[in-house]
Design a protein around this ligand. Structure first.
Ligand code: 4FV
Length: 262
């Protein structure tokens, strides 16, 4: 892969996404920040396919009334299946085909790690009341981003792409920030501060200004343990605390109780 006039490291196969959507322009949202840079550096590839270009009639219909009656419209099977086939042609490897819907398995960080091993993924973003069931018979999996109803699957697709892309080596500049994010570390993130040092009489904790990196790391671990204990204790139940982590948490709890008494 050429970057400027230098041959960079051997091109790794980019994580490839083919997104089926009636609103391709929504995927421009990926062109910002670290994901935008990953696209530019070809660590990630995202292309869209609009089922409307496969519509069979003069009105370019992609949805129709549901058999059996009922509210709303259903996305027609043929334009969707043709769009899937077109993306399968374009994918660098046999893609894993996913339909996004509230009925799917709920996506999380572990799922992200699993799914990105597929290397090529087709994400079908539904609209209206959903898609003709005969398309579902052809997909590999159904995934949900949460137990709620979106107007369209595009936001779900964007979310999944963002979460997986962040896990690619080098996408998030400092790997330690991925390592210390709450899911990877199993603890909530410690409190973060930046300039100014004093804001409305609230000072940045002096430890963070000390320059003692080992002490700062210990302070941050204590705060992460304490915050997790306060806000998401169930995460602690899943984590085997070391002796020093147990002592740090005990310190946090006694200081916290002392503050409550003040
Ligand atoms: C959804 C979700 C979701 C349902 C009707 C699109 C909408 C419309 N997708 N996780 N929750 N999809 O609500 O993935 O077709």
């Amino acid at each position: 892969m050429l970057s400027g006039n230098l041959l960079t490291s051997a091109p790794k196969v980019p994580l490839w996404f083919g997104c089926i959507t009636l609103f391709p322009e929504l995927f421009q949202a990926l062109r910002y920040g670290v994901i935008g840079r990953a696209l530019e550096q070809q660590m990630l590839h995202v292309e869209t396919m609009n089922p409307r270009q496969f519509a069979k009639d003069n009105y370019q219909r992609v949805d129709d009334y549901p058999y059996g009656g009922g509210a709303g419209m259903v996305m027609m099977a043929e334009p969707l299946c043709d769009a899937i086939d077109a993306l399968k042609e374009s994918a660098p490897s046999t893609p894993h085909v996913i339909y996004l819907s509230p009925q799917g398995r709920v996506f999380d960080q572990v799922a992200a790690l699993e799914l990105m091993q597929k290397q090529s993924l087709i994400l079908i973003a539904g609209r209206y009341e959903g898609i003709d069931e005969r398309v579902l018979d052809t997909v590999d999996a159904e995934w949900s981003v949460g137990n709620f109803v979106l107007s369209g699957g595009e936001i779900a697709a964007l979310l999944m792409i963002d979460v997986m892309a962040r896990l690619l080596p080098g996408v998030v500049g400092d790997a330690s920030s991925v390592a210390t994010d709450s899911i990877t570390s199993g603890l909530l993130k410690y409190p973060q501060y930046t300039r100014p040092e004093v804001l409305n009489d609230r000072r940045v904790p002096s430890m963070l200004l000390s320059g003692h990196h080992q002490e700062i790391a210990k302070w941050r671990l204590k705060q992460a343990l304490g915050r997790t204990w306060l806000k998401k204790p169930e995460l602690l139940a899943k984590r085997q605390l070391t002796q020093s982590e147990t002592e740090l948490l005990a310190e946090f709890i006694s200081e916290n109780n002392a503050r409550k008494k003040d």
